[in-house]
Design a protein around this ligand. Structure first.
Ligand code: PMP
Length: 357
């Protein structure tokens, strides 16, 4: 049976990326070795990482004022590494808290200095994006999560501020066109739209680095990683290679303009169906709905479980909501074919028909 992958991450990858990655495990390029066997300081790997970095900048429309790193440790490490490098204890930092990932980022930041909550939707279970953001003028930076993977909300416009903007874009990077140059730092775990788990993309504006704290452990210091070309220690070679393949795929398909077009098509199609089926209840404010993760529930939890069983029987995986909030979640990342969504919507219609009196 063909499986339809709605996982929130690690998640669906383009078929051809998987095929190329599989081939490279046996024979990388014409090297005669596996990608798993080559040294990270070889010319072969230097080409891989340099092409990946340059594609990141090209696709996001960033110039040489930005540095690109592929690090270890997942986005969770960035929750700590960002404040360790950039939170000046005398100034503090501002955080928008609009989901559990943002909340975790704050917990880490508080270890390094005072944190001001600039905007929060905690009072309404993170079901909307805070519109009134109030940022102390002198903050080291403003941190926000551009797409809330768990709760299913998304910033459709980045917050406007004069303080440096730091964005966790783990679950919507490379899915839409924005002016990314307004950000001083962007980070994203690779395992949604940039490849597989094991590497984290970090993009930093050079002028922001001038404000970096001193006395940071060597491996945590962004400047050391930049000076070492992301090769400060052994990088996750295979994960970075899969990122390169994914970035090449995005470019070949038409770049961010095409990714955004497809993402709009998918999400519009899915939300329109959702709004017409009274059995399924969307949980977030309409204007803040995520184009990557649609979150909804069925009031009767018994029926919700039945629906999940029906999904499994039909080869549809990854629809169970995050363990912290339950419910249902459909992730619609770059590689998801429209056909998967069409089949899911058909199943939802049948299910609704069967169980709505
Ligand atoms: N931020 C966001 C928005 C996420 O979706 C996730 C994980 N899904 C994380 C951070 C944590 O990422 P990781 O597991 O790579 O540490």
């Amino acid at each position: 049976m063909k499986m339809h992958n709605f996982n929130s991450g690690p998640s669906i990858l383009p078929r051809e990326v998987l095929q190329e990655a599989a081939e490279a495990i046996y024979n990388f390029d014409t090297v005669g070795l596996s990608i798993l066997e080559i040294g990270h300081r070889t010319e072969w790997f230097i080409h891989v990482i340099e092409e990946a970095k340059s594609l990141v900048k090209e696709l996001l429309g960033l110039d040489d004022n930005f540095e690109v790193l592929f690090l270890h440790g997942g986005a969770t490490t960035q929750f700590m590494q960002v404040p360790m490098n950039f939170l000046e204890a005398s100034k503090g930092a501002a955080y928008c808290v609009n989901g559990i990932w943002g909340k975790k980022a704050i917990t880490e930041a508080k270890l390094f200095g005072p944190v001001t909550i600039a905007g929060s939707s905690a009072g309404k279970n993170y079901t909307f994006i805070p519109k009134d953001v109030s940022i102390p003028e002198n903050s080291s930076y403003l941190h926000f999560t551009s797409n809330n993977t768990v709760e299913g909300t998304q910033w459709h416009h980045f917050p406007k501020t004069d303080v440096p903007l730091v964005s966790d874009m783990s679950s919507d990077i490379f899915s839409r066109k924005m002016d990314f140059s307004t950000c001083s730092l962007i980070y994203a775990g690779a395992q949604k739209n940039v490849g597989i788990a094991g590497t984290t993309l970090v993009i930093i504006r050079k002028d922001f680095l001038e404000h970096k704290n001193a006395g940071i452990p060597a491996i945590m210091d962004y400047k050391n990683h930049i000076d070492g070309g992301s090769l400060l220690n052994t990088p996750p070679v295979f994960a970075i290679y899969v990122s390169l393949l994914t970035l090449r795929w995005i470019k070949k398909e038409g770049g961010l303009a095409e990714m955004e077009k497809r993402s709009l098509e998918r999400s519009t199609f899915f939300y329109e169906a959702l709004d017409q089926l009274p059995l399924f209840l969307p949980t977030v404010a309409k204007e803040d709905r995520s184009r990557m993760n649609a979150v909804f529930t069925i009031e009767d939890k018994g029926l919700e479980n039945k629906f999940l069983e029906a999904c499994t029987e039909n080869g549809m995986v990854g629809i169970k909501g995050h363990r912290s909030i339950g419910g249902l979640r459909v992730s619609m990342y770059n590689a998801l074919p429209m056909e998967s969504l069409e089949l899911l919507v058909k199943l939802m219609e049948q299910f609704s028909h069967q169980y709505t009196s």
